[in-house]
Design a binder for this molecule. Sequence first.
Ligand SMILES: [Zn+2]
Length: 282
Amino acid sequence: MTTWFEKIENPKLKNTKKEKNSGLTGIWKKCVSCKEILSTEKLMRNLHVCPFCNHHYRFGWKDRIDLLFDKESVEILETKSQSTDPLEFSDKLPYKEKIQNYQQRTGEHDSVVRLTGEIVGQKVSCAIMNFSFMGGSMGVVCGELITQTFELALKEKIPAIVISSSGGARMQEGILSLMQMAKTLSVRKKLRDQKIPYISVLADPTTGGCAASFAMMGDVNLAEPNSLIGFAGPRVIEQSMRQKLPEGFQRAEFLQSQGFVDQVVPRNELKTKISFFLKMFI
Ligand SMILES: [Zn+2]
């Protein structure tokens, strides 16, 4: 039975592999979007954006810190929170072991990094989601760190920023992962009551439980070009609605045209744009 299952390749995983293979390794790479041959070094210097077609490749949290924050202003806030694995979940590997593998491989704690830092001199409380850690999935640790980001903003009366990049709730934690949507939003509401600004940046991809909670609830929702943003996948929606979805559905530009995203901002303009909104709100 196991052998039979292994032969089936999930189409979603197939795409992920394709993106992975086109990752920034080697000296040259072929752009996944325009097929031009690019120098990897040049692409990295260009903030992982294709100079020919403006395709935005995924961007790590360390690169985002360098891009957005003033030099030497950042303090990473460590966490010791761990999932208790209440379901004792196991597929090919026990869930706890899987987390440990990711921690060893990436050197990171979970799918969110929490920090404080200054953006053009303005101190903010920030959380950056890390897609390379289990697809940026939201379990109890992720929910707790997003909540703590908002709580610090409340305590110090400084703006909050969350940069999302997530495949959604972490199903290995069952209902507890879904509860993070309510947990994060209850603190987000306190920010609104206290009139403390919250800027949400949606990077590729922001889907599932994150899109359905804090990622869409910024006072300003910014998105990187062509980011995939949505709750359920397009195939599921097409099947349940029994109609063809419009061109570019669930991409940042389409969501902007429908009013879900306020602005689509190219990566090289993100710092200036965030700083503009911070000054506007404060
Ligand atoms: Zn390209």
